[in-house]
Design a binder for this molecule. Structure first.
Ligand SMILES: Cc1cc2nc3c(=O)[nH]c(=O)nc-3n(C[C@H](O)[C@H](O)[C@H](O)COP(=O)(O)OP(=O)(O)OC[C@H]3O[C@@H](n4cnc5c(N)ncnc54)[C@H](O)[C@@H]3O)c2cc1C
Length: 519
């Protein structure tokens, strides 16, 4: 949980709950599987920040393609076809045609989310095969568990500290939970190097707990300093909020109570199709540029995303649909509005009095006024879509009344009302990045890793996960992370091949020590 935000989620006292997939496959085992590479401009921005052209989209494309087994509706040479992660567009997509028609009538292109992302309205693609999730674990690890002698998974375990000899990382201390409810402490020594991929929250915590972080944080927590680096500084995320509309056609939404039954289960098992194959009614999206992007000279680099949710029940963080006055034939639908190139930056630090406890996270959401402006324009576009386009007029779409006591003193639906609403309801999109920011190396005061994933000033230690992303992509994060992971593995192999007398031959860690701590 975050510290109370001054400008976001005020409806819930500003507390933002950030969840992650604490399991094999991480977030890809629990997420909504929405597959979006982000804009080519995002990657070009990273190349600029790192001064390393290998991060440009044109150079990252080989890695994005390598991870992909594209089965969607926009085949082209921009996609990969024999990677481990299937990418598909479900046939079951209630309401998608209305969404695309609305976009067309507003003069936007109907386009592809990934090949590469362009501005406009588009269906959503997902990391699914046959309507089923394929996680990082299912795609990259499980198939090789029995055949790769340099791969070993130690489940139910958690790395607690990175061990150093001078400025060289030499191993990790980890605990394994036993079936009897106890814990065993072990040390694993690295033969070559250590790669941390514990995610945007845990990777920086692991570094700080081990002595790599900001001087003031380590001093306060009385942790001996191995290397002073700006770990945890720069955390940021997309900010999302939901609008609820009412339409007159229940067949255009996924209703679990109505749609999940033995017959639809049979269809799912036989064809991977039907209501069981949906990710909660997510069917499409629009990638659009606000006046902020346009005034900055980036009219083709979307800074807000809209996405219809064709579901009878509200997804998490959206206000509940119960209590909305509706006729029998009507149903709620939802529209997500997200600021996807946020400028606000926050911090993640250790709790100095309990370094192994929960971190102190201040996303500092919506502290930059332009983030609020972008959301405001996103809301205005959503209202136009649902209230003014023929596609939704036919459905008699209307905005469900908004109960927001904190904004009651403002004229309903005025600009000031929406600004208040944004602060009350803006929340994390669960796409946080930036806690072990990648940069130019030693000379970059904001950088924790260099553009080859190496922790600056430390030998034998890299970080490869969402924490290294300096500026979040303008869309969901797991697709770019597959590309980043492919790039990391390529760089690491090459670095070892290039060493004098070196080889990239398989090598696992050496387990050196076993100590029962408590049972
Ligand atoms: C509910 C939810 C919905 C989402 N929906 C989408 C979506 O639809 N589309 C999309 O693109 N993105 C989505 N995301 C975001 C996306 O899943 C994440 O950005 C992505 O998974 C981050 O990858 P990562 O490798 O950086 O970290 P993670 O996926 O968090 O992986 C970190 C791994 O490290 C392990 N770990 C952590 N600490 C330790 C430790 N100390 N020792 C050992 N292991 C450790 C964890 O168990 C986990 O397996 C969603 C996220 C969530 C939580």
């Amino acid at each position: 949980m975050s510290v109370p935000q001054r400008n976001a989620n005020l409806e819930s006292n500003g507390i933002v709950t950030y969840v992650a997939g604490w399991t094999l496959g991480g977030g890809t085992s629990v997420n909504n599987m929405v597959f979006n590479r982000g804009s080519p401009y995002d990657y070009d921005g990273w190349a600029n920040i790192t001064n390393d052209d290998s991060w440009k989209y044109s150079n990252m494309l080989e890695y994005l393609k390598k991870s992909e087994n594209y089965q969607g509706n926009f085949p082209s040479d921009q996609h990969g076809y024999d990677g481990p992660i299937p990418v598909s567009q479900p046939r079951y997509a209630p309401g998608l045609e209305n969404w695309l028609e609305a976009g067309r009538s507003l003069g936007h292109a109907i386009t592809t989310p990934n090949g590469p992302q362009k501005m406009g309205f588009m269906p959503r693609e997902f990391s699914k095969r046959f309507g089923r999730r394929v996680s990082a674990y299912a795609g990259y690890i499980r198939p090789f568990l029995r055949t790769r002698r340099n791969l070993r998974v130690i489940a139910k375990s958690e790395v607690r500290r990175i061990l150093f000899e001078g400025n060289r990382a030499v191993g990790v201390r980890y605990i394994t939970n036993t079936t009897e409810g106890g814990q065993v402490s072990n040390i694993a020594k690295a033969r070559k190097e250590i790669i941390i991929s514990a995610g945007v929250i845990e990777s920086p915590l692991l570094l700080m707990r081990s002595g790599v972080g900001p001087r003031e944080v380590l001093n306060e927590a009385q942790i001996p300093i191995v290397k002073e680096l700006p770990v945890g500084k720069g955390i940021h995320d997309h900010v999302v909020l939901g609008l609820t509309f009412v339409i007159n056609n229940k067949s255009l939404v996924f209703d679990p109570d109505r749609d999940l039954n033995p017959e639809t289960l049979r269809i799912y098992n036989a064809f991977g199709d039907g209501p069981y194959s949906t990710s909660g009614g997510y069917v499409g999206q629009a990638m659009l540029a606000s006046t902020v992007a346009q005034n900055e000279g980036n009219p083709a680099w979307a800074d807000y995303m809209l996405y219809p949710i064709q579901s009878a029940s509200a997804p998490a963080i959206f206000p509940p649909a119960e209590g909305i006055a509706m006729a029998d034939w009507e149903t709620p639908v939802f529209c997500g509005v997200a600021a996807v190139r946020p400028k606000s930056r926050g911090t993640l630090t250790l709790n100095a009095t309990n370094v192994d406890g929960d971190p102190v996270i201040d996303f500092n959401f919506l502290s930059h006024p332009q983030d609020i402006q972008v959301l405001l324009e996103g809301i205005q576009t959503a209202l136009k879509i649902y209230e003014e386009t023929p596609a939704y007029k036919r459905l008699e779409a209307r905005l469900a009344p908004i109960e927001m006591p904190a904004c009651d003193n403002l004229e309903y639906r005025s600009e000031e009302f929406w600004r208040c609403f944004i602060r009350q309801r803006g929340n994390s999109f669960l796409h946080a990045v930036g806690t072990c920011r990648m940069g130019r190396g030693q000379s970059d005061p904001d950088a924790v890793v260099d553009s080859r994933f190496r922790v600056i000033g430390i030998d034998g230690l890299r970080v490869a996960d969402a924490s290294i992303i300096p500026n979040v992509v303008n869309a969901n994060t797991h697709a770019p992370l597959y590309g980043i992971a492919e790039k990391a593995s390529d760089i690491i192999l090459r670095d070892w091949e290039d060493r004098p007398g070196g080889s990239s031959s398989p090598s696992t860690f050496k387990k050196t020590h076993r100590r029962r701590t408590w049972a």
